[in-house]
Design a protein around this ligand. Structure first.
Ligand SMILES: [Fe+2]
Length: 349
């Protein structure tokens, strides 16, 4: 059932909603829009990872979940809907995006005790967003073509002529790339980050839309190395072929900055139509079982140290992560795209 409120959406949005909602078993038949019998989720993660959890919430709580799945553009959509808030929850792959929304006063503070399960570095100080799983930046490599000893130990090395044409990166506008650059700006400063990015984009053998193309091409031996999030390595290992790949966590030496760890998590939208249900959802997803599900489907590692990492995945306390409070990236995030463009790395392809 779609009530008139939803028909006010643009055609594109309405179609996306209907398509996204179709696979769900809708529980009950509560009227829409602020009935508290439903929850509206804007989801910027892959729907495959999120759908089982949302279906479980529907059946456990008897609440209808409407989901709109998309990518970075959902951030803009939430901004545009500021005076007519439609979403209750934003699920994101990116702390930068969530913190950006918080700074625009688009998220609601939350003091739920369950938030204490997650280290302060990985959530907003006001509890309005919280990370659940870790996404570390790693270098995936083809073991047939290069050994671990020969691999660059630092991301800085990729800007050296030695690596020209031998590695792959995503387009600059890929959200993982944008937030990674925001973190580097904070660690290195703008000048150094810009210079490094120029070298990186000049040297890259290929620049792709997303990371799936990278893991596949590296697996197939088209390139030696790719800069990806850790779970792409685990996904490639699971392939029937082209799976002789390894992963190096860069910048791990004594005194080095460590690799950048972003998070996937959930944010509470300010003044959403179903406020109580939205808070209940955050509490629910912070329960151990749901945290486990949230991480494992995507091969990420749980941020909650009480929950074991998936087999073969490096637990978060076993490598050096950049010592950055993710919420501090907020001010660095919008300008990161500008800096990326200035460096010569296109946002799109
Ligand atoms: Fe991804």
């Amino acid at each position: 059932m779609i009530n008139s409120k939803w028909l006010k959406y643009s055609l594109f949005t309405a179609v996306a909603f209907i398509m996204a909602a179709l696979p769900f078993t809708l529980v009950g038949c509560a009227p829409g829009g602020g009935s508290e019998g439903e929850l509206v989720v804007y989801n910027a993660r892959s729907e495959t990872f999120v759908k089982p959890l949302l279906e479980q919430f529907e059946s456990e709580m008897g609440i209808r979940v409407r989901v709109l799945s998309g990518r970075e553009e959902l951030v803009n959509q939430i901004e545009e809907e500021r005076n007519n808030v439609r979403a209750d929850i934003f699920i994101s792959n990116d702390a930068g995006a969530m913190e950006y929304l918080r700074r625009q006063d688009l998220l609601a503070p939350n003091d739920a005790p369950a938030l204490g399960k997650i280290d302060q570095r990985f959530r907003a100080a006001d509890g309005s967003w919280v990370g659940l799983s870790a996404r570390a930046r790693v270098l995936i490599y083809n073991k047939n073509l290069i050994s671990e000893e020969e691999m660059p130990e630092s991301l800085r090395e990729l800007a050296d002529p030695e690596w020209a044409g031998r590695f792959m990166i995503t387009r600059g506008g890929n959200i993982s790339m944008v937030t990674h650059v925001a973190a580097l700006r904070k660690a290195w400063g703008d000048e150094e980050t810009r210079t490094w990015l120029s070298g990186l984009s000049e040297n890259a053998g290929a620049i792709t839309g997303g990371h799936t193309d990278i893991r596949r091409a590296v697996g197939a031996g088209e390139y030696l190395i790719g800069l990806v999030n850790n779970y792409y390595y685990h996904l490639q290992l699971e392939e029937d072929r082209d799976n002789n790949v390894g992963a190096v966590y860069p910048d791990q030496g004594e005194g080095e900055i460590g690799t950048f760890v972003n998070v996937a998590g959930v944010a509470l939208i300010n003044d959403g139509p179903n406020k109580e249900t939205a808070r209940a959802f955050i509490d629910w997803i912070l329960e151990d079982e749901q945290q486990h599900e949230f991480s494992y489907h995507s091969k990420e590692t749980p941020l909650n140290p009480d929950i074991p990492a998936p087999e073969g995945a490096k637990p978060i306390d076993r490598y050096r992560a950049m010592d950055i409070n993710l919420a501090d990236l907020g001010p660095h995030w919008p300008d990161a795209k500008e800096l990326i463009q200035e460096s010569g790395l296109d946002l799109g392809i």
